[in-house]
Design a binder for this molecule. Structure first.
Ligand code: ADP
Ligand code: GN1
Ligand code: MG
Length: 365
C-alpha cells in the first residue's frame, strides 16, 4: 500500500483540515484511503485513491471515462428525481481544477466524496441486499444504454475476452516464471479441459448474436454501496472498467462473487458453492432492473455468463499466481491460488446446476 504524502492531500479541494487518512476497503487493484477533514466543527470524509498505473496504462484516459460517466449519471439521476450526491460517485477536483493529480513520483491520484451511511460487502449478509444489488446493476446498464460508447476509452484491452485470457494463461504455464506450475497441475488441467467454455460468449459476440452494450465489467458485490437504513443499493462504484461489453458478463460476475456461499479467498472449499437461492434472487432483480432490454439470446446465456466469468476469474488468479502475483493485491502466500480454487469449485458446482439455473431464468423472462 502506498504512503499518502501531505502534498497529495493538499492537492485536492477537500474542505477543512485533514485529521485522518487510513487505508480503506478490500479492492484488489487501487490503493484506497479514507480521508477525514474537520472544518469549523463539521466533519467531511473523502475517498482518495492511487490509481494502479501498472494495470490502467493510461490513467488520463481512464479519468476521462470516469468524468464522462459520472456527469452522465448525475444528469440522469437528477432527471429521475434521485439524489446525485449519494447515487453516483462525485469526483473531488484538484485545486487546479483537474480530476486527478500526479505526485512527485509520477503516481496518479483521484478523490471522491465519501458516501456516508452506506456499506459494501464481501459476502452476502442479508439476502435482500443481493436482490437490491441486482436491480441496481441492471438499472445502471439502462442509465448508460444511450451513452456515446465511441467516446469511451478501452481502459484495459481485451478485459473480458476469455479467449485472449486463455492464451495468456497458456503462455504463463509455458514460461512458468516462478517454477510454480508443477505444484498446480490439477488447477492447470481444470482450465485446459474447459477451453471450449472460453469461446462460447466470445464467438456469439463476434457473430453479433449478442450485442455490445456499455457495461460495468466489474460487478462484484463490493462495488455497490448499500444504504445502511433503507437497505437499497444506492450507488454503483468502481467505474474504472466501464466500457463496451456484454450484459451477460455483468450478470455473471455478480453471480461469481455474490452467489457464492464462501468468500472469494475461502480456504475451506467445503464452504464454497453456488447458492441457487441467491442465483434466483439475483436473476429476478437483474431482469427487473434491465427493464425488458435483454434480448432472448442474452437471457438464454445468463447461466453461461455466470460460468464463464467464474472460469475466467479463476484462470486470471491462476495466471497471476504463476507469474508471481503482480496483478491482484495479495495478503498472504498462495492467496491467488486460494482464490483460484474457490472459483474452480464454483465452476464445477455450476456445471452440475446448469439445468436448475436455466429453469430459474425461465421463471423470470
Ligand atoms: P478497487 O478498484 O481497488 O476495487 P474501489 O473503487 O472498488 O477500488 O474502492 C475500494 C473500496 O472502497 C470499495 O469496495 C468501497 O468499500 C470503498 N469506496 C470506494 N468509493 C467509495 C465512496 N465514494 N464512498 C464510500 N466508500 C467507497
Ligand atoms: C478486481 O478492483 P476490484 O477489486 O473491484 C478486478 C476484477 C476481478 C476482481 C476479482 C480492474 O476487481 O476484474 O473480477 O478483482 N478488476 C480489475 O475479485 O482487474
Ligand atoms: Mg472495487
Amino acid at each position: 500500500m502506498a504512503e499518502v504524502k501531505t502534498a497529495t492531500i493538499e492537492s485536492f479541494q477537500f474542505q477543512g483540515a485533514c485529521v485522518e487518512c487510513i487505508p480503506y476497503g478490500s479492492g484488489h487493484i487501487n490503493d484506497t484511503f479514507r480521508v477525514t477533514c474537520e472544518d469549523n466543527g463539521t466533519t467531511r470524509r473523502y475517498i482518495l485513491q492511487r490509481m494502479n498505473k501498472n494495470i490502467f496504462l493510461n490513467p488520463e484516459e481512464l479519468m476521462e471515462n470516469v468524468v464522462g460517466v459520472t456527469s452522465w449519471l448525475n444528469k440522469k439521476i437528477q432527471e429521475n428525481g434521485g439524489d446525485p450526491e449519494r447515487e453516483t460517485l462525485n469526483i473531488v477536483s484538484t485545486k487546479d481544477g483537474k480530476s486527478f493529480c500526479v505526485d512527485e513520483d509520477g503516481e496518479y491520484w483521484r478523490a471522491y466524496i465519501f458516501i456516508e451511511g452506506a456499506s459494501t460487502y464481501d459476502l452476502v449478509q442479508n439476502k435482500e441486499d443481493f436482490y437490491q444489488s441486482a436491480v441496481a446493476f441492471g438499472h445502471f446498464q439502462g442509465l448508460l444504454a444511450d451513452y456515446p460508447a465511441e467516446t469511451l476509452h478501452e481502459t484495459i484491452v481485451n478485459f473480458h475476452n476469455t479467449v485472449d485470457r486463455f492464451a495468456k494463461f497458456k503462455k504463463a504455464v509455458e514460461e512458468d516464471a516462478c517454477g510454480r506450475a508443477k505444484d498446480v497441475q490439477e488447477e492447470i488441467n481444470f482450465v485446459l479441459e474447459r477451453e471450449k467454455l472460453a469461446h462460447i460468449l466470445c464467438d456469439m459476440q463476434s457473430e453479433k448474436k449478442i450485442p455490445l452494450r456499455v457495461t460495468h465489467n466489474d460487478t462484484k458485490l463490493n462495488n455497490i454501496m448499500i444504504d445502511d437504513e433503507t437497505r437499497k443499493a444506492i450507488c454503483v462504484i468502481d467505474l474504472d472498467t466501464v466500457m463496451p461489453g456484454l450484459a451477460v458478463n455483468d450478470f455473471g460476475d455478480s453471480i461469481r462473487f455474490g452467489a457464492s456461499t464462501g468468500e472469494e479467498d475461502e480456504r475451506d472449499l467445503s464452504k464454497v458453492s453456488c447458492s441457487m437461492e441467491l442465483f434466483d434472487l439475483y436473476t429476478k432483480g437483474f431482469i427487473e432492473g434491465c427493464n425488458g432490454s435483454l434480448t432472448k439470446e442474452e437471457l438464454d446465456m445468463l447461466p453461461i455468463g455466470a460460468m464463464t466469468m467464474t472460469y475466467e476469474c479463476g484462470m486470471r488468479f491462476l495466471t497471476d499466481y504463476l507469474e508471481g502475483d503482480h496483478y491482484f493485491k495479495v495478503h498472504r502466500e498462495g492467496h491467488n491460488l486460494d482464490r483460484c480454487r474457490t472459483q474452480f469449485k464454483l465452476v464445477k458446482d455450476m456445471e452440475e446446476k446448469l439445468e436448475q439455473m436455466n429453469e430459474i431464468v425461465n421463471k423470470y423472462r
